[in-house]
Design a binder for this molecule. Structure first.
Ligand SMILES: *Cc1c(COP(=O)(O)O)cnc(C)c1O
Length: 281
């Protein structure tokens, strides 16, 4: 149990575009603008941190945004999508069935007819430019407060963030991803493909712990709920139930189980997502 634990507070980098989504979007937006696109279009659920961040960042960058949202138009008045609309994002609601086509070429072609001149960012913002967005993350001044970090832990959804961390990491640092989806073995392949698309040579020293999902995406067990409350009480740090809460719950368990050798210096990444808490807690 004798390990040192730090938290990289990406939730504090920006009041609206908090956490990992800022890193994932920065080069996508600058690239879309530089190439003269009129708008950026992307996909997400009704509480999507990604669409929320994109709406704000698009407004800041002076480029229109379109959000293709999984679910009923009633969601338009939830806190996440209210913010997004206020920041100028145009929303289109689609059925779950249609949403499943979000990466199909034919469907993307249809969307481009409806929204001409759109730069399409995949769900969660994960692409080669997202990976590149993390390139300077280890240069943040706060790293000076962490003596010899040797393990970095982050929640994983689509794996873009983990790929970015893997691409940027010093060789001495190991990276552990905790997927929040059930049955996330596919992420080994997806992350390798993202690294490849960003022209990163194969990197050693990363892995996934597939047992932290608590039943599946956005599933919140009573134990997870209690852990988030307990963690906030003792650390005064808020976690969201979909990503950072699951990561810390699992990491806490792994530490209790003695999975890490004494003396290890572990840095958990707070990837933000607190705006999404409004839909859950
Ligand atoms: C989107 C998100 C993640 C997952 O990021 P991926 O790059 O999709 O793996 C993790 N944490 C938070 C808070 C997020 O919003």
């Amino acid at each position: 149990m004798n390990v040192a634990l730090y938290m990289l507070r990406l939730d504090q980098i920006h009041p609206q575009v908090s956490g990992n989504k800022w890193y994932k979007l920065r080069y996508n937006l600058s690239c879309a603008k530089a190439q003269g696109y009129k708008r950026v279009l992307s996909f997400g659920g009704a509480y999507s941190n990604h669409l929320h961040a994109l709406a704000w960042a698009g407004r800041e960058a002076g480029i229109e945004t379109v959000g293709i949202v999984r679910g009923e138009p009633e969601y338009a008045s939830n806190p996440t999508l209210t913010d997004a609309r206020q920041w100028g994002m145009q929303l289109q609601f689609v059925s779950r069935k249609k949403y499943r086509c979000r990466a199909d070429e034919d469907y993307l072609k249809q969307l481009l007819i409806k929204y001409p001149d759109a730069y399409i960012v995949p769900e969660g913002g994960s692409n080669a430019l997202a990976v590149k967005g993390f390139e300077d993350i280890f240069e943040l001044p706060c790293w000076q407060n962490v003596p010899a970090p040797d393990l970095l832990v982050s929640a994983c959804g689509t794996g873009g963030t983990l790929a970015g961390l893997i691409a940027a990491k010093p060789a001495s640092l190991e990276v552990l991803g905790i997927p929040v989806l059930k049955g996330a073995e596919f992420l080994y392949r997806d992350i390798a493909a993202l690294l490849d698309s960003a022209h990163v040579d194969p990197v050693e020293g990363w892995s996934l712990d597939l047992d932290g999902h608590e039943g599946g995406y956005a599933k919140i067990t009573p134990a997870l709920h209690d852990f988030i409350a307990y963690f906030e009480k003792i650390t005064k740090i808020e976690l969201d139930p979909v990503y950072t809460g699951k990561m810390m719950f699992r990491l806490h368990k792994l530490i209790e189980l003695g999975k890490f050798a004494p003396g290890r210096s572990i840095v958990a990444v707070h990837t933000g997502g607190l705006q999404g808490r409004r839909g859950f807690l």
